[in-house]
Design a protein around this ligand. Structure first.
Ligand SMILES: Nc1ncnc2c1ncn2[C@@H]1O[C@H](COP(=O)(O)OP(=O)(O)OP(=O)(O)O)[C@@H](O)[C@H]1O
Length: 264
């Protein structure tokens, strides 16, 4: 791996020949990919494309069948401790310690990350404030709403100031005001040279947030590069995406002639 994406920007993530099968099902079919550092990178694709499987392997949660992965210059499977200290993860279906309060969860995460107690307290207070969770900081996580869970999950992922942040559907269940706040936090974070890699189905969101996108379908990368390049001449990323994943001309419900219309 050269450590560069597009030749100019150093790579935050480099993947070579990555494969994962579940029985007969090929989830990830030998992908090569370099994600540029300091950018907002979107990983998009239809249901079952292999996004979550790819992100799980890249973040050291799922062992690949074959392939090599470098994150922030370190091999994920040969040097997992070096990688884990440099990344933050907000996974899909996030599991949290439900019987801790938001504040306790951050304190616990900070200590696990080896941060001094005072630093953890200070960072936790700031994150809780910015993410509008200060009022709920002493409430148990089990009593948090979906959006609040996303926000406290994001706070735990950011607490140690990682070089690369991986987010699986970070805006799901988050109200527009909180989404704007999260956006601001992430934009500030990437402006300082850090990298955000996030997967989403919401093309408008990807189009408005991302500098760089990779489009995945059926376990392969169909297109990757700066947003404008991937969008090409298409009127929107959504249109380019439908073209790339071969969704044009598909039956979009016309065959369901019994549905609606009052004929019951
Ligand atoms: N643990 C597993 N066991 C068996 N098959 C799996 C497993 N995890 C994923 N798969 C299969 O691998 C393929 C890719 O799944 P994956 O969850 O990575 O897709 P995705 O792009 O994240 O989809 P979505 O957008 O719906 O979340 C799918 O066909 C899925 O059924």
């Amino acid at each position: 791996m050269t450590g560069s994406a597009g030749g100019t920007v150093p790579a935050a993530v480099g993947v070579r020949g990555l494969w994962k099968r579940f029985g007969d099902q090929v989830a990830v079919a030998g992908i090569d990919l370099e994600l540029p550092a300091g950018q907002f990178v979107g990983l998009v694709g239809p249901n079952g494309a292999g996004k979550t499987t790819t992100l799980s392997m890249v973040t050291g949660l799922l062992r690949p069948d074959s392939g090599r992965i470098l994150v922030a210059g370190h091999d994920v499977w040969a040097d997992p401790v070096a990688v884990k200290s440099r990344i933050g993860i907000l996974p899909e279906g996030l599991r949290l310690f439900e019987r801790l309060s938001g504040r306790e969860l951050l304190a616990y995460t900070g200590r696990l990350r080896g941060l001094p107690g005072e630093e953890v307290d200070q960072r936790a207070t700031q994150l809780l404030d910015v993410l509008d969770l200060a009022g709920a900081q002493h409430k148990l996580v089990v009593d948090y709403s979906t959006g609040m869970r996303k926000k406290i999950g994001l706070a735990t992922a950011l607490l140690h100031n990682p070089e690369v942040l991986f987010l699986d559907e970070p805006f799901e269940g988050v109200d527009p005001v909180s989404a704007q706040t999260i956006r601001g936090v992430l934009e500030r974070y990437t402006a300082s040279g850090a990298t955000v890699v996030f997967s989403s189905h919401v093309m408008e969101l990807v189009e408005s947030l991302c500098d760089w996108v990779a489009v995945m379908a059926a376990g392969r990368i169909r297109a990757h590069g700066p947003l404008a390049e991937v969008r090409g001449a298409a009127p929107s990323l959504q249109a380019a995406f439908l073209e790339l994943v071969g969704a044009h001309g598909r039956d979009d419900g016309q065959s369901l002639d019994w549905l609606g219309g009052g004929a019951r």
